[in-house]
Write a protein that binds this ligand. Structure first.
Ligand code: SF4
Length: 508
């Protein structure tokens, strides 16, 4: 057996979760340079940059949504794949105990969280043999927010704003642009897309995800696909969806396209969307010991260059002086005075609640008084410390999943503010107007940054739902967020979707 294999895989998981590779950092640096200062997008990117640096320095999860671990393993002939699979599973369990991965594996029928990221289908491990002498292990951690924005098209198709997409590369181009437009900020833009032309429904999605193992700055060896990738990058960044869907210059940091043969009757285009927290790394291991021989994607060094330049005057949230402090519980009058575009700094008690909590509140009274309260769509990473708890990662989760419940919960329990990311729909917008509430967009993926805004954990309810789904009682200070849906019927998300849709029309 390979004595160092287990430790090498643990190191790979930890590094992947906590330290973005140089190509992604370079793309985010370019995105920062493209946004004019003092815009919502530049504020968002400044927070993201700090978050990336904080995660690497403190070895904390870049985003609390550490996602579905997907391993691609290449082994020389004669390797014991059964043993390696067991070791990889054990390494995932260990990284979860260390707080580097959030427990994310949930029984699809009972909703029970396995607590260690192990379960049927989790993690995903693909083995391939090759002629090389080493073992290669690549890993991608892709969260649910961006996974939910994946899209698959069956051509020919009629697409909003783009018209008919035929079974041609031009039709493929329209599908990819449509997928980026549909995603808006829900997948934590600026994102990257892996695309498969062809295959069947399952192999298409798999090959699309495999494209995300390419570096963002490589060139497709197929000149037809290289041209298509360049054209998508140019067009997608004219959509002005921008970071977090706040409007801006950079909506996409990468487009990687592959092709698979298909049946004559089928023509699928599968799009795998990944967020800015593009966590992908790999190692080459000595096949006799399992020790790391080299790191992939890291340009020969495991040391990262910080995104915030040393000595730069960026510490915490970049303030303009126009921020509005909100102390929870919050009065209806103050909430109704807020309007889209306002930046708020929340202090006081905030309660987390995501899918399980929202479903629960439709049938049961809340375990705490939510009147005037702030509900945070967040599944944090929390570690036990003595008798208490400490949050180590706590960014927002995608809010649109709570659309069927949110308006009712606002009305029934007097919640005044909902924090999340990606925005919500027409039903919630009407609910905010009726009940006197606001939707506050926090910066998706900024788990380290927001963890530092949490002064303490004062309690937890509904722990039977598992750590990410429980209702955590948090005391926060100066937690920054942007009003993107107000109590007057305004929605930045709706506006940007319409504006970017109009741009899409020009790209047909
Ligand atoms: S950055 Fe956003 S989309 Fe990506 S894993 Fe985190 S919450 Fe999900």
């Amino acid at each position: 057996m390979l004595p160092a294999f287990f430790d090498s895989v643990v190191e790979l998981v930890v590094k992947t979760s906590t330290d973005l590779p140089p190509d992604v950092r370079a793309a985010m640096r370019a995105a920062m340079g493209a946004e004019p200062p003092d815009t919502r997008s530049s504020q968002a990117l400044t927070i993201i940059a700090q978050n990336i640096d904080q995660a690497a320095t403190g070895e904390g999860a870049i985003c609390q949504a550490t996602g579905m671990p997907t391993f691609e393993v290449h082994v020389p002939r004669g390797s014991d794949q059964i043993w390696m699979r067991e070791q990889i599973r054990a390494a995932v369990s260990k990284a979860t105990k260390m707080g580097k991965l959030r427990p994310n594996s949930v029984d699809s029928i009972t909703g029970e969280n396995s607590g260690d990221n192990l379960g049927p289908g989790t993690p995903i491990i693909h083995f391939d043999q090759w002629e090389e002498p080493d073992v290669e292990v690549k890993l991608i951690l892709k969260g649910g927010g961006c996974e939910n924005t994946n899209a698959q098209y069956s051509l020919p198709a009629e697409l909003d704003h783009l018209g008919r997409a035929d079974r041609t590369l031009e039709g493929v181009r329209k599908c990819i642009l449509h997928a980026v437009w549909k995603a808006q900020g829900k997948g934590c833009s600026p994102g990257a897309v892996g695309v498969c032309i062809g295959g069947d429904r399952t192999s298409g999605y798999l090959h699309a995800k495999e494209q995300l193992f390419r570096t963002l700055d490589d060139t497709n060896p197929d000149p037809r696909l290289a041209t298509l990738e360049a054209s998508i990058m140019d067009a997608a960044n004219r959509l002005t969806i921008g970071p977090m869907g706040f409007s801006g210059q950079t909506s996409l940091i990468g487009c990687k396209i592959g092709a698979q043969n298909r049946l004559p009757a089928s023509f699928f285009v599968s799009v795998a969307y990944d967020c800015w927290a593009f966590r992908r790394l790999g190692v080459r291991l000595d096949a006799s010991t399992g020790a790391v021989k080299s790191w992939l994607y890291r340009e020969g060094t495991t040391k990262s260059t910080p995104l915030v330049a040393a000595g730069a005057e960026v510490e915490g949230f970049p303030r303009t002086g126009r921020e509005i402090p909100l102390q929870a519980p919050i009065a209806e009058e103050q909430i109704r005075s807020l309007k889209v575009g306002d930046v708020v700094l929340i202090s006081g008690r905030v309660f987390t609640g995501r899918d399980a909590v929202h479903a629960h509140l439709m049938k049961h009274d809340p375990p705490v008084d939510l009147r005037g309260g702030v509900l945070y769509h967040c599944g944090p990473v929390v570690v036990k410390e003595g008798d208490g708890w400490r949050v180590t990662a706590a960014g927002p989760t995608t809010s649109i999943r709570e659309e069927p419940y949110q308006a009712e919960i606002l009305k029934r329990y007097g919640v005044r503010a909902v924090i999340g990311k990606g925005g919500m729909g027409a039903k919630t917008l009407a609910g905010l107007q009726d009940s006197g509430g606001v939707y506050l967009n926090a910066i998706g993926g900024a788990a380290q940054f927001y963890a530092r805004c949490i002064e303490r954990v004062t309690g937890v309810s509904l722990m039977e739902f598992g750590t990410p789904e429980a209702m955590w009682h948090l005391e926060v200070r100066d937690f920054p967020a942007i009003v993107t849906m107000d109590a007057h019927g305004n929605s930045l998300h709706r506006d940007i979707e319409q504006e970017s849709g109009a741009v899409l029309e020009t790209l047909r």
